[in-house]
Design a binder for this molecule. Structure first.
Ligand SMILES: Nc1ncnc2c1ncn2[C@@H]1O[C@H](COP(=O)(O)OP(=O)(O)OP(=O)(O)O)[C@@H](O)[C@H]1O
Ligand SMILES: [Mg+2]
Length: 210
């Protein structure tokens, strides 16, 4: 797919500050003349948001982990088709709160799925389309969970145990190490203004290579 726009994803374990920093990133990119589409995963379209509800809400029935993985990619396929690809084709910059790195981290790391199975699904659904830049907000799990718990009641993922999130964090860091050009790792333990300064430096570096 030819894509005049750029695709940026924001990743990290619960409570690291992804959603908090989205507007800041959007404002910075707008200030240099980019047209921005802000979206999130799972979700981003009416159908994908319904799937998000199935994935995050505590229902009466236990969602088996195979269903969880397939629903993540079902939502993603819809999101790509309806929102992300058309926006990129129109020259917009897409800013996405989580994307497929989260599937590797949560379903691969947290739920122990084989990375190669996730890679197959990624190829099937995305056909080579990946974020051009991924900002990974890295923070120790305990601090992140504390921040998230102050914000709202735990969803289905936030109810997992600490060891689950340690595995998630480690997969994120491994992926960042394996793809240093795409990933920018930001220390999310700093104050919000320091985190935003670090993000700005990474964005400006990315913009300078455009
Ligand atoms: N650098 C920071 N220092 C202190 N608190 C922060 C910082 N960044 C964000 N927060 C606070 O932490 C809480 C969680 O932030 P936010 O909701 O943005 O995290 P998130 O990564 O989107 O979490 P989730 O994965 O659950 O969606 C919010 O109350 C936010 O105000
Ligand atoms: Mg969030």
């Amino acid at each position: 797919m030819t894509k005049p726009g750029k695709f940026i994803s924001l990743e990290g374990v619960e409570g690291v500050g992804k959603t908090t920093n989205l507007e800041y990133i959007a404002d910075h990119l707008k200030s240099v003349g980019k047209k921005i589409v802000i979206t999130r995963e799972p979700g981003g379209t009416p159908i994908a948001e319904k799937i998000r509800g199935l994935l995050l809400d505590h229902g009466d029935e236990v969602l088996c982990k195979e269903s969880e993985l397939l629903l993540m990619f079902a939502a993603r396929a819809q999101h790509l088709d309806t929102v992300i690809k058309p926006a990129l084709q129109a020259g917009h910059w897409v800013l996405c709160d989580r994307f497929t790195d989260a599937t590797y981290a949560y379903q691969g790391g947290g739920r122990d799925f084989l990375m190669q199975d996730i890679a197959w699904m990624e190829g099937f659904v995305q056909k080579g389309l990946k974020p051009d830049k991924t900002i990974l907000l890295d923070l120790d799990v305990e601090t992140g969970l504390k921040r998230a718990s102050k914000r709202s009641e735990p969803d289905r993922f936030e109810s997992e145990k600490k060891v689950f999130f340690e595995k998630v964090r480690q997969v994120y860091l491994n992926r960042a190490e394996a793809e240093p050009d795409r990933f920018s790792v930001v220390d999310a333990s700093l104050s919000l203004s320091q985190v935003q300064e670090a993000i700005k430096i990474q964005l400006d570096d990315f913009l300078s290579k455009e």
